[in-house]
Design a protein. Structure first.
Length: 173
């Protein structure tokens, strides 16, 4: 695989590979995974330990993700899972809940004496092309208004999106 498409830290496919992959898809389910309060790890233990944690987090996501899906690293503390299977809302919710629960019960050991727990938040979107990534990010933003360590499915009719549109229209007028 071309190094342009591989994340040098985690050795999984990166943002460039993700965008190219999404571009041609007719249908996909996207899980945007954000590591809750990841900056606290860097602040408490330093960037080297933060990088070690990211490598382990990527490995754990690889274990917890739906078996037929593909994992990408989007940026510092965000990962994306793309699943091409047709999944009902219930199955998407179950997959997200399962990944969150997996992390709730996992520990990451940094060096020999530092053990940390991480939680994840997940934005879910269904659709085609690269726009579904924006929808998943919107779902995460809406989720973060209320809680962490949970998931939210993108809903174009949500109050959050309606309010965001009103704010945007007011801003450009």
């Amino acid at each position: 695989m071309n190094n342009l498409y591989k994340d040098s830290l985690t050795n999984i496919e990166n943002r460039f590979a993700l965008m190219e992959y999404l571009q041609d898809l007719e249908y996909a389910n996207v899980f945007l995974i954000d590591i809750d309060n990841f900056s606290n790890i860097n602040n408490a233990y330093g960037f080297e330990m933060g990088d070690a944690a990211l490598v382990e987090i990527a490995r754990l996501i690889g274990i917890a993700k739906p078996s037929t899906s593909k994992l990408f690293r989007l940026n510092s503390d965000e990962f994306v899972i793309v699943c091409l299977d047709t999944m009902s809302s219930k199955r998407l919710s179950e997959a997200a809940s399962s990944m969150i629960s997996f992390f709730d019960h996992s520990e990451i050991t940094l060096l020999d004496d530092i053990v940390i727990k991480v939680s994840i938040s997940i934005g879910i979107a269904i659709g085609r092309g690269t726009e579904i990534l924006n929808h998943a990010r919107t779902a995460i933003k809406e989720l973060r208004e209320h809680r962490r360590s949970s998931y939210k499915m993108y809903d174009p009719n949500s109050v959050f999106i309606k309010n965001s549109r009103k704010m945007f229209i007011g801003y450009i007028e």
